[in-house]
Design a protein around this ligand. Structure first.
Ligand SMILES: *[C@@H]1O[C@H](CO)[C@@H](O)[C@H](O)[C@H]1NC(C)=O
Ligand SMILES: *[C@@H]1O[C@H](CO)[C@@H](O)[C@H](O)[C@H]1NC(C)=O
Ligand SMILES: *[C@@H]1O[C@H](CO)[C@@H](O)[C@H](O)[C@H]1NC(C)=O
Length: 322
């Protein structure tokens, strides 16, 4: 009887941990509102929301089932028109509503892509500029482990360094009655020119034939950890073991991209293939990210699980001996 009780507690505890969901925490440190969009991969259980508003300074946590995969992006300059149709100047998903409901981002949009519990039980994630850039994003794993279980993202405002032929501009009133041109986003060369050599399609559809272009190099030097073109995997795909949670920050302070790089980069650089043509700027690592890694929630989780097991064991021994 007591034994049954014990095994019940033990197994329910193990079962619980086996299906335990992960979380993604979104934080908006931009000086403006961001409307995150979410697209789940085909065949995985969707998240509870596919789009929401994140005011300046706001944070929101969303639980994800294990083995979830999909992408996040930020929509900017959104509004609802007089017909009640919701749309955004960048990253719009075309649903006409706040929720994207299975629709993806219109490029250009910075993407954060995840596959949880993928090959070898690892999480795979990246931040991609392959579909262009519209907002700074930083991804920080919390509580994972592994050699390249580290922060990634694009934390530089690429609007500034975007070549004019790739710019997406809006004409805005400058408050004084005149008009000013504001760059809202930066297209990928593939989207701007529709050439196979930029899109890694046709004869350029393999890692051997599709090489970085002068345009992708601009993205890479600004954001060395983000995908700058389709076959940029080596320096842009990150992995974590031990089921971390992730914090996704829009517009982390520019400082998060600097310094403290050196210790970690030496490790990163030695594992990076010399053929990847990465520049010295790939030495950057995210300082803020390192701070955020302390206080891992999964450690607490492990401890609380251990306590539950010990308690249930103690309980059973009591039953056994009375
Ligand atoms: C970049 O675009 C965003 C809107 O998408 C805008 O708020 C920001 O001011 C732009 N940055 C620059 C430097 O123009
Ligand atoms: C991370 O590790 C994987 C597997 O070892 C490797 O393929 C990838 O290139 C690494 N990524 C970086 C950015 O070093
Ligand atoms: C960035 O960090 C440096 C030191 O790490 C500091 O001196 C500087 O004021 C910071 N800049 C901003 C904009 O926070």
């Amino acid at each position: 009887m007591a034994l049954i009780f014990f095994f019940y507690l033990l197994f329910s505890n193990l079962f619980f941990s086996g299906v335990m969901s992960r979380s993604f925490t979104f934080s908006n440190k931009c000086e403006y509102t961001v409307w995150p969009g979410i697209l789940s991969n085909a065949g995985v259980p969707p998240l509870p929301t596919t789009g929401f508003v994140l005011q300046k300074g706001e944070t929101r946590t969303i639980d994800a089932p294990s083995s979830w995969g999909g992408r996040f992006w930020g929509r900017t300059l959104c509004s609802t028109n007089s017909d009640g149709k919701f749309s955004c100047a960048t990253g719009d998903c075309g649903s006409g509503k706040l929720e994207c409901s299975g629709a993806g981002a219109a490029p250009p949009a910075t993407l954060a892509e995840f596959t949880l519990d993928g090959s070898g039980g690892l999480d795979f994630y990246d931040v991609s500029l392959v579909d262009g850039y519209n907002v700074q994003m930083l991804v920080v794993p919390q509580g994972g482990s592994g050699q390249n279980c580290s922060s990634t993202g694009c934390v530089v405002d690429l609007n500034d360094s975007c070549p004019s032929e790739l710019r997406v501009n809006s004409v805005e009133g400058d408050g004084g009655g005149g008009k000013g041109v504001v760059t809202m986003a930066c297209k990928s060369a593939c989207e701007a020119f529709r050439q196979p050599e930029y899109c890694c399609s046709g004869a350029f559809g393999s890692p051997d034939t599709c090489k970085p272009s002068s345009y992708s190099r601009i993205f890479k030097s600004a954001c060395p950890r983000a995908y700058s073109y389709a076959y940029d995997d080596k320096s842009s795909t990150f992995t974590c073991a031990k089921s971390p949670n992730y914090v996704i920050t829009f517009c982390p302070s520019p400082n998060t991209s600097l310094k403290s790089a050196e210790e970690q980069s030496t490790k990163t650089m030695t594992t990076t293939s010399p053929s990847s043509g990465s520049t010295t700027s790939s030495q950057m690592v995210y300082e803020g990210a390192l701070d955020e890694r302390s206080g891992s929630p999964s450690t607490c989780h492990g401890v609380s699980r251990a306590i539950t097991v010990v308690l249930s064991l103690a309980f059973c021994l009591m039953w056994w001996f009375v």
